[in-house]
Design a protein around this ligand. Structure first.
Ligand code: URP
Ligand code: ZN
Ligand code: ZN
Length: 466
């Protein structure tokens, strides 16, 4: 099967060029001049997709989603099927989710369980990080076995005492193992022990509304946790990746670590760039829709995060997609501590980031592709199979219309949740056509793929080390 994407502007993380993309079966085989004989003869027996006035970019890679996640205080609404279909509509052709370890079970059992849940259901390619939500004597040995199986990243928590939290001793033990086997540690960096004191005090004082979720998780306690995590990683000699970094203070700790030449990386998420503390103050408990951890911050943090993206101190944009509907959020009416943490967003990452980065003139087209596709691929052992358009790469390709203004709305999104945090938010660019390994899975508003198109990916080690 041959496909030619004709007449578009190809944008990768490092170059921009007018070129036709030649695809055979699942792979890109070449980029050629539109007027060339090669393009003409290739087109004779190929499906030709007209990309006039379109940006032709590598499929997005969202390395932080929670579909069917079992570790939250309420069931997460998107299944692997609905969540990955929404991803495809949003131009994200690869996701990496988190396999959760059940209480008393092993990491390997947890992984197997998530394989069963996802297999045959996914609309886009997928992989797993392993959640190390409990540490025991077997954990380091299991980490070795998982790396051998292509699970090369492990998420740990300094937050959520009693549920997912690890002590410094447990962290160091796992970091040391990662230092030996080359795995990447992903850290949820918030000082959960101190935060729990503040949360309980707030509720005792009658401060129960959603905004107190943020006020009791101050940026300094995120920064402190990043700092401690960096120190432990330096001692253990392992690479460290801070997930969902939300604040200027936390970013400063990452900058300081990187300036010292340490392998410390970080992602931020659209919610920290486009939403802020005032959303948590919305009346009639609407603020609960914006509860996630780390929390939304005052808006002055946003400029610092954009600066971190410009200086490459923040490398990756992921969504931390974790959807709960309005009735689930209602569980926390009268006590913000019971509001399920997490917000939806997997469908809007590419369009929002195009808006904030390119349309509003903060960053280049290439940087947009870098943050949303190349860097996550490289960080999580998928590059250059994913994250670029080049001979040999998977033909995961998005035709993006840079001039199609529209407003984001729950009325038109495909995520399985009854509200959008970005309701009414205007963006100028739109995902138009999406190819997954050469197959057209989205064309305009039409879904042409099917559950099971997505393939599991075993991953290599992090490939971006200093
Ligand atoms: O609020 C969030 N982030 N929910 C998902 C779980 C996590 O900590 O990533
Ligand atoms: Zn987290
Ligand atoms: Zn998360």
């Amino acid at each position: 099967m041959k496909t030619l994407i004709k007449g578009g502007k190809v944008v990768t993380a490092i170059e921009t060029m007018n070129a036709d993309v030649m695809i055979v079966d699942e792979k890109v085989v070449g980029l050629v001049d539109s007027d060339s004989d090669i393009s003409r003869s290739f087109s004779e027996d190929a499906l030709v997709i007209d990309a006039t006035d379109r940006l032709v970019v590598p499929g997005g890679i969202d390395v932080h989603t929670h579909f069917e996640s079992e570790g939250q205080i309420a069931p997460v609404l998107d299944t692997f099927e609905t969540g990955t279909r929404a991803s495809a509509f949003g131009g994200t052709t690869t996701i990496i989710d988190f396999a959760w370890r059940a209480t008393g079970g092993s990491l390997l059992d947890g992984l197997e369980h998530y394989h069963q849940m996802a297999q045959g259901d996914c609309a886009v390619d997928y992989g797993f990080h392993m959640m190390v939500n409990e540490v025991d004597d077997q954990t380091p040995k299991e980490m070795d076995m998982l790396v051998d199986e292509g699970i090369t990243s492990f998420k740990m928590f300094m937050a959520y005492p009693g549920r997912m939290y690890s002590t410094d001793a447990q962290l160091l033990t796992c970091y040391q193992k990662a230092g030996e086997n080359g795995a990447l540690i992903q850290m949820h960096a918030e000082n959960g022990i101190a935060i729990d004191v503040l949360r309980d005090q707030a509720v005792e004082n009658g401060q129960v509304d959603p905004v107190y979720h943020s006020l009791t998780r101050p940026a300094l306690l995120e920064a402190e946790a990043v700092h401690r995590s960096v120190v432990l990683a330096e001692i253990a000699g392992c690479p460290l990746y801070i997930v969902h970094l939300s604040s200027a203070e936390a970013l400063q700790e990452v900058v300081a670590a990187r300036d010292r030449g340490l392998n410390v990386f970080a992602e931020t998420c659209p919610q920290y760039l486009f939403l802020d503390l005032t959303d948590l103050e919305r009346p009639d408990f609407e603020g609960s829709k914006y509860v996630c951890s780390p929390p939304l911050r005052p808006s002055d943090h946003q400029a610092e995060l954009w600066r971190g993206l410009a200086t490459n101190d923040l490398q990756v944009i992921a969504t931390d997609h974790c959807p709960f509907c309005w009735t689930q959020k209602e569980l926390g009416r009268g006590d913000f501590r019971n509001i399920p943490n997490g917000i939806p967003g997997v469908e809007h990452r590419m369009e929002l980031m195009y808006q904030g980065a390119v349309a509003e003139g903060r960053l280049s087209l290439n940087r947009w592709v870098d943050m949303c596709s190349r860097a996550p691929a490289q960080m999580f052992g998928l590059y250059p199979r994913k994250g670029t358009i080049a001979p040999g790469a998977d033909a995961d390709i998005v035709l993006f219309d840079p001039d199609s203004p529209h407003a984001i709305s729950a009325d038109t999104h495909h995520m399985n949740v009854d509200y959008s945090c970005y309701e009414g938010h205007e963006v100028t660019g739109k995902v138009d056509t999406v190819l997954l390994r050469g197959k057209v899975v989205v064309e305009g508003t039409e879904y042409l793929g099917r559950a099971g198109d997505g393939r599991y990916m075993s991953r290599g080690l992090c490939d971006g080390l200093i």
